[in-house]
Design a protein around this ligand. Sequence first.
Ligand code: AMO
Length: 432
Amino acid sequence: MKTLYRTDYVGDITPDMDGQTVVVSGWVHEIRNIGKIVFILLRDRTGIIQIIGKEGVVNDDIIKSMSMPKESVIMVRGVIKKNQESKSGFEIIPLEITNLNPLELMMPFEVTGKVPADIDVRLDNRHIDLRRLETTSIFKIQSTILNSFRNTMLKEKFTEIRTPSLVEAATEGGSDLFEVEYFEKKAFLAQSPQLYKQLSIIGGMDRVFMIVPVFRAEKHNTIYHLNEITQMDAEIGFADHNDAIRMLKNTVKRIFSDVATNNNADLKRLNSRLKEEKIKEITYKKALSILNSEGHEIEFGQDFSREHEETLCSVVSNVLIVKEFPSSVRAFYSMPNEKDKQVCNSFDMLYNGLEISSGAQRIHIPSMLIQSIKEHGLNPENFDFYVNAFKQGSPPHAGWSLGLERLTMKIANVHNIRECSLFPRDRVRLKP
Ligand code: AMO
């Protein structure tokens, strides 16, 4: 779309437009003055183009105007000219250059990446960090993940719903909640849309999905944890955990394939090799025996550490489902397994050594649910709206949640989860 400031994006200009006048706008990526010639590399979201001001060819006033600092935001009207020596095969001879907003502050770091910047400096200045092509590549991949998830769900006849962020009680366990004042009461920021997606199933919606921000007051300060994340959740009526696992596997495969198709250049830029993945499935008990035979000492009832997850992915498969965990390490709503009462119908998906998703068949029998809430150290009275709903005709159901930032992190091959949240919230970061 043409605007006042642009007829074409840099990436849409082709050598066969030789001789045409265009208007391009963006940032000064590089600027070089070698006496009789001034070069500006102008960058917009699609790429970089060379603007060349040569004495005798271009008016002196225009050449004089080509002296702004790097990262100035400029508009250039000029003529496209073929040039085999320039990277793109053409350049722009300027007719007019406008500095749209002269810089008043120095750049905190080199956008070109010539001098690597510390992640905290980059995150403190995220608006500048986004000018790095590597950073935008991460968010282009994330955009594909979100769209792919949504399209897959819609294709499978799921309905998209919204769930509240202000809630009265915990959903994933008692402690990791942010408390807020809610008029005369105490409220919390939602840790997950769990109870609400289940209520939608009891309401007969049968297949629902949601993409929602959730808040975890975990004090971890690791490269895998954030305090505000985006969850991509699904819930399926008249289903057990194996049905939910099948849907999760299909969804993740679809996401891999859509990113491979749409984000080839981004993956290359990030040095990520996304390959077709076989997703294997093992039980928690089988995982224990693998881990013990690989030299870890782990007993029934223990949850996996990051090292355990890494070993399982390298020994079994890069993308892996582990299912039927002990009830004691899972949330209160997980359905006990009919054949083996020690475990419940729960599962995790691990990808390249990290948990990216978890899910379960839910307890839909009210008395069983009350008992489980108590066994998990919670008060059933805090869940009255939820527990009572199961007394009014609840079908068996199951579902899962995929962590958007963790999935992005693994697909984009980045080391720190903070890179995958536009404005991350961690133990110390509330700004910008
Ligand atoms: P769980 O608590 O395992 O399950 O969360 C689901 C997924 O969300 C991501 N995740 C996180 N990512 C980064 N930082 C965190 N602090 C963090 N916490 C969670 C992970 C994780 O696999 N209600 C259940 C899901 C369900 O059963 O449907 C739940 O929230 O990728």
